[in-house]
Ligand binder design. Structure first.
Ligand SMILES: [Zn+2]
Length: 299
């Protein structure tokens, strides 16, 4: 009886992939237990009239949307795997480019960025290639921007279909909603360091868009242009998110090695990186693994 009841609750709380009404979305930070697991609560909101939370499993780093009534508050454990990883992601010296976690210690981690783009469509060949040459479903982290989703609804739906069909296992990373970029400005006044940037809403708005589409945002954040400073790196961490850089931006000639976080663009803005990855996939490339927690991440 008990398990049937639990199943009923789970069914109720599996959000369907259609539009949901989201209200009172705010960042919070406290700990608790849910389903016998230690969790950190990072967002509080109302979805379709139900009080809800976005929580992180302190051990697996998986995020989940749960009913607010289902958690029991506890003290926070500052030595949890999540807190350790979070701490590591915002240590000095705060380089202007490629701060955060750039290598996960082992495995190969494929990340594709979806910056806003005026190009029609997307790099379909990339995602089809991943599913063709690697073990399906292929773990891929897509750092998506809100403006890309708005302009490319068909491409976005196709990616969701690839997930549904068991070809991809997508982790949705945050690449900000607006992803401001000025072609002729210096990096210090560009991307999220642009004077007009409203950084925290830019991060939360993307999460809201994903949740309203029935998806669960992950913990992972990638700065547009990989450009950040001390203040913005600390703001990301304060929101409970982990900054992910890359040690293998393929279009820039960087070669993947063990633990690499590969960066290519899935929005057609940098076909060179996709050409390189597709070539690699054909020559006995190691299996891709997801950016989950590993003990030896590097910066
Ligand atoms: Zn970008």
């Amino acid at each position: 009886m008990k398990s049937k009841f639990k199943y009923f609750l789970l069914t109720l709380w599996t959000l369907s992939l259609s539009a949901h009404n989201l209200q009172n979305y705010k960042a919070v930070n406290y700990c608790g237990t849910y389903d016998n697991k230690n969790i950190t609560v990072i967002r509080d909101f109302i979805i379709d009239g139900n009080k809800s939370l976005l929580v992180v499993d302190n051990n697996s780093l998986q995020t989940k949307i749960i009913p607010k009534t289902r958690i029991t508050k506890t003290e926070c454990d500052n030595n949890s795997e999540y807190k350790k990883f979070l701490k590591l992601s915002h240590l000095p010296p705060y380089p202007l480019q490629n701060d955060g976690i750039t290598n996960i210690g082992n495995g190969i981690h494929i990340t594709t960025d979806m910056c806003p783009s005026s190009k029609k469509g997307y790099e379909q060949r990339l995602y089809i290639g991943l599913a063709k040459y690697l073990k399906r479903p292929v773990p891929v982290t897509i750092f998506v921007s809100g403006r890309w989703i708005k302009k490319h609804p068909k491409a976005f739906d196709e990616l969701l279909d690839m997930q549904k069909d068991g070809n991809l296992s997508i982790t949705w990373g945050n690449h900000t909603y607006r992803h401001i970029y000025h072609p002729h400005k210096s990096l210090k006044q560009n991307f999220v360091l642009s004077p007009e940037e409203r950084f925290i809403p830019d991060i939360l708005d993307l999460e809201k868009l994903l949740i309203s589409k029935g998806l669960t945002p992950s913990l992972f954040f990638r700065f547009p242009g990989l450009v950040s400073d001390k203040k913005t790196i600390e703001e990301v961490a304060k929101l409970g998110l982990i900054t992910i850089g890359s040690d293998a931006w393929l279009a820039k000639g960087q070669k993947p090695k063990n633990g690499s976080i590969i960066l290519v663009h899935g929005n057609k803005n940098e076909p060179k990186g996709v050409d390189i990855l597709l070539k690699l996939l054909k020559i006995n490339f190691p299996y891709a693994t997801s950016i989950a927690f590993h003990k030896n991440h590097n910066r």
